[in-house]
Design a protein around this ligand. Structure first.
Ligand SMILES: C[S@@+](CC[C@H](N)C(=O)[O-])C[C@H]1O[C@@H](n2cnc3c(N)ncnc32)[C@H](O)[C@@H]1O
Length: 337
């Protein structure tokens, strides 16, 4: 198996892998947590260095087949769990002392290209959009959710200004018969969007993003994942997140801004106080991005933003401020924060 996972027809490029390796320096050994195993690109690249161990998670049961390959090859150095990263504490012990915890968010190229999962506009299969370990599918959401709620989800989680118009159209259609496939859903959204032929992207892009985020409670997962990772990391451990859209990046950026050395003093009239909620050393407020060569090879990397910070020895506290700031996302995704 090589870095592009030649097992599959779909080419798989681990996004910003070189930058990640240079941040975590696996050549010096250590234990690494890959919270989003996917096709195993990061895990595999880390395990090439002999003194490393990787503990990997993915909520998608279909990633098992890639994990099996690495488990066979590195029986003492690789462990895989089909688990959501919000439950990181369930599969780790507090004394694990990982050198880095890595999140590479969103969907893998395998999930995107698998028409049976319903993530793509042309899928004629069941409207699922489930990554794995879900409570409901996109079919349930589209066909049963209250119209107002549906409009809010599309507006907020898709950043789609026509949320209400799209929700109205969806409800009109489902009153006649259930909306069963992603293809049907995409064509209903196209009807709702005026002048859709003028759009560069498919006009259903934002709504699909919203429904997928809601079905998988992706923002709740990210917020709880960051908190769990911060609890687990000890002095010198690195937290790395690669995100792909503005909602995710806003959460990561705010988390680091609130709990790092770069946090602003609450008021310029107050004396600079020792910040007890400082858990991380952040090197830059700006994210790293993929270089042109990578973008040419893998267009998905164009929207990638990599942020990372190094844990200090301050003890973890309950991150109320962060949770309050994003309480609307917890509420919208129907999660108790
Ligand atoms: C972009 S892919 C990761 C690709 C991987 N870095 C590689 O190089 O092959 C994201 C993966 O994260 C998984 N994932 C997304 N949200 C998750 C969550 N909350 N918990 C666990 N896995 C998750 C998805 O199922 C998907 O397989």
């Amino acid at each position: 198996m090589n870095a592009t996972m030649s097992l599959e027809k779909t080419k798989h490029y681990p996004v910003m892998l070189n930058q990640i390796l240079s941040i975590i320096s696996p050549q010096h050994g250590g234990t690494f947590i890959d919270c989003t195993f996917g096709g195993g690109g990061y895990s595999q690249a880390i395990l090439k260095f002999p003194d490393t161990k990787v503990l990997a998670l993915d909520r998608d049961k279909l990633t098992r087949k890639y994990a099996n390959i690495l488990e066979k090859k590195f029986p003492k150095r690789f462990n895989f769990f089909q688990e959501k990263f919000s439950n990181l504490n369930k599969v780790t012990s507090p004394d694990l002392n990982p050198k880095a915890v890595i999140f590479d968010l969103g969907l893998s190229s395998f999930q995107l290209s698998d028409k049976e999962r319903g993530f793509t506009f042309k899928s004629k299969n069941f409207l699922s959009m489930e990554m794995g370990i879900n409570e409901y599918s996109a079919y349930d959401v589209i066909n049963t959710l209250d119209k107002e709620y549906l409009a809010t989800i599309i507006k907020v989680l898709g950043e789609e200004k026509d949320g209400r118009i799209i929700a109205n159209k969806i409800v009109k259609h489902r009153e006649k018969k259930p909306i069963k496939t992603s293809e049907e859903l995409a064509s209903i959204i196209n009807e709702a969007k005026k002048n859709y032929n003028n759009y560069k992207k498919n006009p259903a892009t934002k709504t699909f993003q919203a429904i997928r985020i809601f079905v998988n409670k992706e923002l709740t997962e990210l917020m709880l994942g960051l908190i769990e990772a911060s609890k687990l990391l000890s002095n010198g451990g690195i937290l790395i997140v690669v995100s792909f859209h503005s909602l995710e990046d806003r959460i990561v950026k705010n988390f680091f801004n609130l709990y790092s050395n770069l946090r602003k003093n609450p008021s310029r009239y107050l004396p600079i106080m020792e910040n007890k909620s400082n858990l991380f050393k952040l090197f830059s407020k700006k994210p790293l991005v993929a270089d042109e060569k990578e973008i040419k090879q893998n267009i998905r990397s164009r929207s990638a933003k990599l942020r990372y910070a190094v844990r200090n020895s301050n003890s973890f506290f309950y991150p109320d401020e962060f949770k309050k700031k994003f309480a609307n996302y917890f509420k919208l995704e129907g999660s108790r924060s």
